[in-house]
Ligand binder design. Structure first.
Ligand code: G3P
Length: 218
């Protein structure tokens, strides 16, 4: 499973990159706004740090013409830019056009299997179902991932399932069990994945016992 980081915060991107496991970055208008910096400054910073792995940048228009104009602008910022497009009728139309132009896309705000079929049929590079936001309204987010995986396998769709709106480590574990292609994870959750109280207790005991070993080489 590929690990993307879901943030526009350059320090978080650097920290995840330092772990050596980072396969890409996803942003959205909310994450960019959180930085408090001008849009282009944020994007340049990210693309300088991650020049050769997919970086999703989202359009702000909701009509076909506007999305296409913004997609063309954003795709010129870097060869690794992936255009994030909302799952609407205009959005799907834009994805189809961008696919024909060889531009990579990430269809976002997917909440149902019927929406997923459209994005996969349009040839999106990635499809982002939002599991956390479904959980928030008492729907099982991970059930959607299971359904999308079945549809993808039934028709051998090439679109990668990119599990988004991840809130905790179990979302990552379940995504991996289902066989999702990508999880886009907030930095906090990436760090949580490494944590286990028995690891901490075990390490403490080993270190204490290590003190008792005579003639240590280090
Ligand atoms: O980037 C899209 C998605 O991951 C947003 O997550 O936590 O705002 O629902 P969240």
């Amino acid at each position: 499973m590929k690990f993307f980081i879901d943030t526009a915060d350059i320090e978080e991107i650097k920290a995840a990159k330092d772990m050596g496991l980072l396969d890409g970055v996803t942003t959205n208008p909310t994450l960019i706004a959180k930085t408090g910096k001008p849009f282009l400054d944020v994007v340049e910073e990210i693309l300088k740090e991650i020049p050769d792995k997919p970086v999703s940048l989202e359009v702000a228009s909701t009509d076909f013409e506007g999305m296409m104009k913004e997609a063309e602008y954003l795709s010129k910022l870097g060869d690794n830019v992936v255009i994030k497009i909302p799952l609407t009728v205009d959005g799907i139309r834009a994805v189809k056009h961008l696919v024909d132009e060889g531009i990579k896309t990430n269809v976002t705000l997917c909440f149902s299997p019927n929406q997923a079929i459209l994005a996969m049929k349009a040839g999106a590079t990635y499809l982002s179902p939002f599991v956390g936001r479904l959980d928030d309204i008492a729907h099982e987010g991970m059930e959607l991932i299971r359904q999308i995986k079945t549809i993808k396998d039934n028709y051998n769709f090439k679109t990668e399932i990119l599990v988004a709106s991840i809130r905790h480590p179990m979302h990552v574990v379940e995504a991996a069990l289902i066989g999702a292609d990508v999880a886009t994870i907030p930095y906090k959750v990436i760090a949580q994945l490494a944590k286990h109280p028995l690891t901490d207790i075990g390490l403490e005991r080993f270190l204490k016992d290590w003190e008792k070993v005579p003639e240590k080489p280090f």
